[in-house]
Structures are given as structure tokens and as C-alpha cells.
Design a protein around this ligand. Sequence first.
Ligand code: PA5
Length: 421
Amino acid sequence: MQMIKLKIESMGNAGRGELEALCGAGARLLPGLWAGDERYRDSMGWLDPEEWAPPVRVEQLQGKAKEVREKAQSLVLIGVGGSNKAARALVTALEPEGIPIVYAGNTLSPHSMRQVIGQLEGKSFYINVIAKNFETLEPGVAFRTLRAVLEGRYGGGAAKRILVTGTPGSRLQEMAGENGYDFLTFPDNIGGRYSALCDVGLFPMAAAGVDIAQVVRGAVEMCCALRTDGSPQNPAVRYAAFRNLWYQQGKRLEMLSIFEPRLGYLGEWWVQLFAESQGKRGMGLFPVLSKYSEDLHSVGQYVQEGAPILLETFLQVEDPEADVSVPPSPVQDGFQYLEGKDYRFLNRAAEEATMQAHSSRLPCLRLSVPRIDAYHLGQLLYFFEFSCYLSSEMLGVNPFDQPGVEAYKQAMSRRLRGEAI
Ligand code: PA5
């Protein structure tokens, strides 16, 4: 079994001593964090991945997913924010062979809704709507719209094609009871962005064909590895300390850089996790994603010569598992020196060269994943969740609330209800 690895590539101007001091401080927080901070008692259900994803639940979800795959050609996944991102991240990265997922409820764009409806034409489908309390407008209105499409298609049989994932006692659960929808659990003690490893993330992943038992195994083994290492060398401690050190030194953005485009949604998930967890009380690193090598020809310029506000975390895949080589050509195009070279070699050269160039200017970290598979992505999900919790504690913010999101929601609600703005 191989674990993901963390390596500090460059330190910039701050001393190693300062980093080690912060790592020591981070390590001293661990016993309290693993015990489950009393202040966050109602948000800690993700800390032990087996609390909500024990083997028996994983099997039940796999069974339901199989049923959906047998009866439908697509699953519509309705959710916004933390409610759909983890599933989308793994489905996009792993390209599994289940049924395609159609994503909805994450935008109010009429064009997007029209597109979703178009994608469902002539296809048999199920709906999985995910909402913690079912008060958020985007998934609520998308569910109403797509439910109408489903009812138009299947009449009285539509209810059997709806799975709702909500908290016990929520309006969504009442609706399930009143209308005969299947009910999945959104645990009371898990917030959206920490919900990858429970019914919320696992059911749609399984429907798409992801091996969720491996995802959970990876997360459980990462949890165990982090829990048994109480030292300042613990990789989550080092990641959290590195981020906080550079925040204290005036950096304002952390860029996650990838060289595998299929990790793009994992990057989006990471952005949401850190932005909503840490951007509060006037603090926090702004998380941004760069997809290289394309973005080297856009933001790459800024990274190398713009305002010195960034630190960079490279998410590296050790074995990209694809072989394509540069073919011979009679045309003298100037690229003869690459003939016969594998794209793995090209991409790795771009990655190492970028790290070399950026390391000369900004603090850089390398996080290496052995392969893109369900097991290692499970490790990564848990690693980032725990690191975010620890890093937020070091920063001094509550990692589980998002009071700032209310401002737009209330203003939008007033407009839509025709109240005074
Ligand atoms: O991470 C979070 O907690 C949020 O992004 C929520 O997931 C998002 O606001 C959606 O909330 P709900 O599931 O209640 O619709």
C-alpha cells in the first residue's frame, strides 16, 4: 500500500526554524483535534470515515447504485457547494464505467437548465437530490423543474426514480415519506464540504461506477496514518504549518497546480473546502486552481513576475498510466528531438521545470499521489479534510460554518419575493 507524500520544494525567505516551530505547535493540537473539539461537536461526523461509511453501508449503497444502473441510462445529481463536488471530483478523475451523471442544481443559468433537459431527452433517468436542510434555492428549484420532467415521462412511476439525500427530520425527508421517494442520509453531524465519505458523496460515485469500497479504504487508511503520527513530521501538520507560516509572512493565495486535467474537479472540490472553511473574519489564504501546462501560458506569467502574494502546492501523479509517444515525421517541424519520447516524459519535464522556475520565486510544496485510482483519491479526500480542519484551528477560524454565504442568499430572496431591496 502506498501513501501520498508531501515534500517541501522551496521555502522562500522564511527560515526552516519558523516552520519547525509551527509544525511543533500543530502537532500539539492533534490530541485535542482527534478527541473531537467540543465546540464543533455537531460537525465532526467525518473525522472517523467509518462512522457513516462502515462496510455494511457501503454494501447497501452499492446495491442501490446497481439497481439504478440497471434501470437508468443517466443519474441526475442535484446539489450545490459541498453537496455534489466530491462525487463530481472522483467521477471526473476516474472515468468509471457506470452510468453518466448529469449535474444540476449548481447554477441558475437558464441555458444550463435547458442543456440538462436536452441531455435527458430520450434517456431513462433517476434523480438524486442532495441538500442538507433543503433550504438552498439552486437545488430546490432544480429539483422542482427536473421532477416535472421526470413526472411528465413516467407519471405515477416517477417517485420510484427519485432518491433524496437529506438530514433526518428535514423537509426533504418529509417529502420522501409523503411521496414515496427513496431516502438517503445526510448526517446531521457533517457539513456539505466534509460529506465526501457518507451517502452524500458515495451514492452518486457508486452509481457512476466508482469502487466506493476502495475510496473508503483509502480514507480509513489515511485517517489511521495521520492519527498514529503525533509528531511534527505528520504530513497534515506540515501542510497546515506551511500554509499558516506563509499566510503570516504575507502570502494571500494558495494555488493548487495540476498537470492532469482529469483532476480538475478535485481541484474545484479543494477550492470549495478551503475557501468556505477559512475565508472568514478577514482572514485566510484565497485558494485557486491552475491547470497546467495550459495555464502556464496565462497565470504562469503572473506567478513568475507578478505581485508576490502566492504559495503553490503541486499535486503530482507519480504514475499517469497512459503511454503515447511522439511519432516520427518527415516534416522538419523543429521537434525532431522529441521523436519516440513518451508523453509521460514530456509532462513530467514540464512539471519539474515549472517547480524549478516557480521555486526560485515562491514557496512551493509537492504532494505526490502514486496513481489516480479510487483508493488513492480516498486518501487524498481525507488528507485535505483533516488538513483543512487543522489548518483552520491554527489560523483561528471555525472550519465548519459559512456565515458569509447568507448575505447574497438574503438579498436574492428579497428580490425574488418582490420585497424592498
Ligand atoms: O459546504 C457547505 O456546507 C456548503 O457549501 C453547502 O454544501 C451548500 O451551501 C449547499 O447546502 P445544502 O446542502 O443545504 O443545499
